[in-house]
Design a protein around this ligand. Structure first.
Ligand code: ZN
Ligand code: ZN
Length: 191
């Protein structure tokens, strides 16, 4: 059962992924669930993944995530937000070899931390994309005066997990270099 704080946060960020850290009590993890069907900014992430593919066949495209958020603080970073979660999706892409529509899926886990944006311009953190906090190496993000954009961590996790060279099947035969025939479907006799 969702508790009151989870419900309130969910309502707050269903339209915009901006999460107000002060909504959480210190060190009390809260888990939030999202999918593209009821959260518009999650759908935006899915659309940006599929935008480069011009597919005709339809499938039930989906992006689902669970994110556990925990607020904490230490003397080095001040107040920060730890996010750990998983994201999985399925979508239609064009095979890089034969251009046929082909269903793709992925599933991944991520862990990150949002620290104050004043560190963003700190030379010490300029070239850094992860940081060691609470005995873990976490991907580094920045919150703007207590506002963390959860779509940053989710988008990065999804983009790193998808296959940049989608194929219809591992042994796809591709298109014929001479006549353009899809060799998976027809043997045109060329080599
Ligand atoms: Zn193919
Ligand atoms: Zn041919």
């Amino acid at each position: 059962m969702q508790n009151e704080i989870e419900l309130r946060i969910r309502n707050e960020i269903s339209e915009k992924p901006i999460f107000l850290i002060s909504r959480l009590k210190d060190s009390e993890p809260t888990t939030l669930y999202f999918n593209n069907k009821d959260t518009s900014w999650v759908d935006t992430i899915l659309q940006s993944i599929t935008a480069e593919y011009d597919t005709e066949e339809n499938m039930d495209e989906e992006l689902k995530a669970s994110v556990t958020v925990k607020r904490d603080s230490n003397s080095e970073f001040g107040e920060y937000l730890i996010v750990t979660g998983s994201v999985e999706g399925q979508y239609m892409a064009s095979c890089v070899k034969c251009l046929d529509d082909s269903p793709q899926s992925f599933s991944t886990e991520f862990q990150g931390v949002y620290i104050h944006s004043r560190y963003e311009n700190d030379p010490e953190y300029e070239e850094v994309d992860d940081v060691f906090i609470e005995d873990k190496v976490l991907d580094l993000y920045f919150h703007e005066r207590g506002k963390a954009d959860l779509s940053e961590a989710l988008t990065e996790a999804a983009v790193l997990a998808i296959n940049p060279y989608p194929k219809c099947k591992e042994e796809c035969k591709g298109l014929c270099g001479q006549c353009g025939e899809n060799k998976n479907h027809n043997n045109c006799g060329h080599h």
